[in-house]
Design a protein around this ligand. Structure first.
Ligand SMILES: Nc1nc2c(ncn2[C@@H]2O[C@H](COP(=O)(O)OP(=O)(O)OP(=O)(O)O)[C@@H](O)[C@H]2O)c(=O)[nH]1
Ligand SMILES: [Mg+2]
Length: 222
């Protein structure tokens, strides 16, 4: 990914047929804060946090670089690059949390089960958490893995959006078809298409996250 990719023109952004972008929130700069292998090493303040979850190589770290418009997170074509919980402040108000790739289904053998306590510990107990972004490569189908994660998450009642990454790999009509399929298969209504290669979809996603998840949490804490 180029170091400082050009800003997307609004005309060139693919619109999700189901995600509802909300315009107007300021673009936040991202700044790396800390990494931790467990809850004890997480930042101690009460900033709202939005966590990124998904299989290895789904593009989680690239998404953060897209939101930041610079390289703040380490990416690699070799799965397993991210190994800790990595915290990035987004402006003064909230924070993104990058996580290792992880499979939820029993047969997700290629994923790293040693990360289970770290990821599940964070997701089950972190009071700061206000929402989750579940990333999947647009070329994949909704699988047992994603379904198992959504089921596991249900009792927590946390808001969840599905991010279809690498949309530069498919045509516009394939993307529209995929958005409809994933919405139907997942039952999740919030879908956002992104491309780190073409720098698409990040502003819409950040606007949505800020207005719908972060702002209400900030108001609630005052
Ligand atoms: N074409 C294309 N490639 C992408 C895009 N996003 C990520 N990639 C590539 O996919 C690979 C994995 O990206 P990462 O961002 O490291 O994925 P990750 O989910 O953080 O992976 P782990 O840290 O292993 O869990 C890298 O080679 C990226 O360059 C995209 O939008 N388009
Ligand atoms: Mg990563």
């Amino acid at each position: 990914m180029p170091k400082s990719p050009p800003k997307p023109s609004p005309k060139s952004s693919p619109k999700s047929s189901v995600g509802v972008p909300v315009a107007g929130a300021p673009r936040a700069r991202l700044k790396f804060v800390t990494s931790s292998p467990d809850l004890r090493g997480c930042p101690t303040d009460s900033r709202p946090e939005v966590a990124l979850i998904g299989r290895s190589n789904s593009g989680k770290s690239s998404l953060l670089n897209g939101i930041a418009q610079e390289r703040v997170a380490m990416i690699s074509s070799t799965p397993g690059k991210t190994r800790l919980l990595n915290f990035f402040d987004a402006g003064p108000n909230y924070r993104y949390v990058d996580m290792p790739g992880y499979g939820w289904s029993a047969r997700g053998g290629e994923e790293h089960h040693s990360w289970k306590p770290m990821i599940e510990g964070y997701l089950s107990s972190r009071a700061n958490l206000v929402g989750l972004l579940l990333l999947m490569d647009v070329r994949r189908d909704w699988s047992d893995d994603e379904a198992a994660f959504v089921n596991w998450l249900k009792p927590r009642g946390l808001p969840l959006a599905v991010i279809l990454t690498k949309t530069d790999k498919v045509t516009k009509s394939e993307l529209q078809k995929k958005l409809r399929e994933i919405q139907k298969d997942s039952g999740v209504n919030l879908l956002f298409p992104t491309s780190a290669l073409k720098n698409l979809g990040f502003a819409e996603l950040e606007d949505f996250v800020f207005k719908n998840w972060v702002k209400p949490a900030l108001k609630g804490s005052r």
